[in-house]
Structures are given as structure tokens and as C-alpha cells.
Design a protein around this ligand. Sequence first.
Ligand SMILES: Nc1ncnc2c1ncn2[C@@H]1O[C@H](COP(=O)(O)OP(=O)(O)OP(=O)(O)O)[C@@H](O)[C@H]1O
Ligand SMILES: [Mg+2]
Length: 364
Amino acid sequence: MSTQTPRLEIRNITRQFNGRAVVDDVSLSVMPGQVTCLLGPSGCGKSTTLRMIAGVDMQDAGEIYVDGKLVCDTVFRIPPERRSIGMMFQDFALFPHLTVAQNVAFGLKGRAGDHTARVAELLEQVDMDGFADHYPHHLSGGEQQRVALARALAPRPAILLMDEPFSGLDNRLRDEIRDHTLSVLKSAGTAVVLVTHEPEEAMRMADEIALMRNGRVVQSGAPYNIYNAPKDRQAAAFFSDINVISGEVQGLTVDTPFGQFLTPAQPDGTRVEIVIRPQHLKIELDRNGTGPSPTPENGVAARAQVVRARFMGAESLVEFRMDADDTTLTATVPGVFLPRPETPMWLMIRRDRCFVFPQGLVTH
Ligand SMILES: Nc1ncnc2c1ncn2[C@@H]1O[C@H](COP(=O)(O)OP(=O)(O)OP(=O)(O)O)[C@@H](O)[C@H]1O
Ligand SMILES: [Mg+2]
């Protein structure tokens, strides 16, 4: 256990609008140099959470601490500008009448002339050197975004709050700027809360992901853990397409075309869903109607026909119709393989990659 004090800690914060809790009992802590991603669908309360941490909105319950010191509860409140918190919001706005360099220098104390070196360093970090004297309306959306990032980093905040900061950038630039930004923030010991609704972005950036739904954190943990041990079907589905095989519990197991699955602690008659990601379906060619033998790792093979196969570059997406019950399942396979429709094949599922949930289970 680390005894370090979190740079940022929020405890049980709640925010209501018109009697509805849009942020509901959320707690988080972020260590220096760590990135926590708030990940969740539109409207789940991500930006509202950030606004309370920044101090531009106030919670109805709960407390916020920076380096172990209370900055805000429901009676006491340190104003936003004294929290050492930098912000880069979804609707960031550069000052139109200031040049790029003046925008970046805006939050720095002292005389404008003192900041030339720092501004140049920041512009280089975001790959915008050469634009110092340009005005915002001459920049593309992505360029403006990078200037806004430099402006947020300029005062070396202890905590940086970022709301979808990379959404306007094209792919190549985005990966480069993300990685670069991360290394700058990590070396400065900045604690980052990054809001995104893209799982790939969260997995790439985060030390910890807090998965939000309806104002609550439903699961949090390292990207690896949250991807490989989702709490419910929706949490699994947030990170990739999923296949769902339904069945009913009898004697602690459920029968499926892929053999029996254990269903710990569910009474007989409970409907359960076995969830499996497309890359964990294994496929084999049909050899005169016989399939591969059952194995403990992959269970029983079940026969299916290709409905369609789509080439996606590195991989192909193959949709199957199961012989047993006409349901469809999707597998991703290496892109060199692109079977024709109606090809009979055998499917197996990786037992160790399945998640079994009671049907309708939703974590609150
Ligand atoms: N000032 C407000 N008054 C009333 N309702 C609000 C207010 N601010 C936010 N809401 C509501 O709170 C909910 C959460 O909003 P929030 O902006 O935090 O969502 P989000 O997770 O950031 O979504 P997105 O990914 O679309 O940006 C939404 O239903 C929104 O309409
Ligand atoms: Mg938002």
C-alpha cells in the first residue's frame, strides 16, 4: 500500500439538477503523475464532475481535497483560481484578439516579456512552433486545440482537468500529441483527470479508468482489469462489440451449443448471459461434417455457417449463423482470412475469456 497523499481526492460528491442526481456519490483519487479517465456515454455526468473539481460549479454533497487539504465542501470553498487546477474543456475558447503566443502566456504571472522562452518551449511541445504570431481564426480546429493545451499547461498546474481534449485532431496527430502530452504531464507530476467517451483513448491514456453510468462510477480500475473483468454486460459492451449467448441455470450449470458452463451461485431457472468478445471466438474449417474435439480450454465446438465476412485491414469481421438455434455470432480473425458466405465452419469459445452474468444484471 502506498502511503503517498493523493494529489486530488474527491469523496462522495453529488450534484442535482431539478431534483435529479446527475452526479451521484462519486469518489476518486489521483496520485501525482497519474491519469484517471472518466469514461462513459453522453450525459452520464463526466463534465459536471470536472466542473465541480475545477470549482466553477459546486456539489450538493461531498468534499474535494488537493494534496490532502480540503478545497471545497458544502460550506467551505476555495475559489477556482486558487486551486492550482488547470482546465481544458470541451468548449475551450482562445482569445480571438490575442496571438497564439499571447494566448499561451495569458495565465502566466509577471511581465509578458519574461515568458518568451517558456511560451516557445510550450509551443514546441504541442508541435506549434512557428505559429507564435498567428491569430486563432487563422488556425484549424486541431491547431487551436493544441494552443489551448499549451495554454493550460503554461502555469504548471498541480492538477489538469481535460474534457475530450483530443477529439478534434486527426488520428496520426492525435496519437503523437496524446503520447507527448502524457510524458510532459508525468514528468511534471501533474495529476490528470481526462474525460472521454472513447474506450480506446481511455485505455491508451489512463492509469485508472472510472467507468460512469447515470451519474455513478460503476467500475474503476486499471484498463487491463476493467477490460478483462467487466462487472456487467454493459461494462463489457462499452469496450468492444460483444456476443451474448443466453441460457437457463440447471444445477449450477447452463447448457449451450458450446457445452456446459458453470454458473456459480445462481438458483435453478435463472436466465444467464454468457458474454464473449469477437476476438475470443476460435474458428476451424469443417472437415466432412466433423469438428475439432472438445478441450478444457475451448469447450465443445459448435457448427455454424458464414453469413458475411468483412475485410477490415488487420482483421476480418466474420458473422456466423449457428446451426443449433439460428442465432448469430461475430468473430474477428486475422485479415488474411476472408471466408465466403455459406461456408460451414466450427466455432469454439475461449472459456477463460467468457463472462457469465445473470440476465438483466446492472451494477449501480
Ligand atoms: N446546468 C445544468 N442544468 C440542468 N441540467 C444539467 C446542467 N448541466 C448538466 N445537466 C445535465 O446533467 C447531465 C450530465 O451532463 P454532463 O455534461 O455532465 O454529461 P457528460 O457525461 O459530460 O456528457 P457528454 O459526453 O455529452 O459531454 C445531462 O443530462 C445534462 O443535461
Ligand atoms: Mg461532457
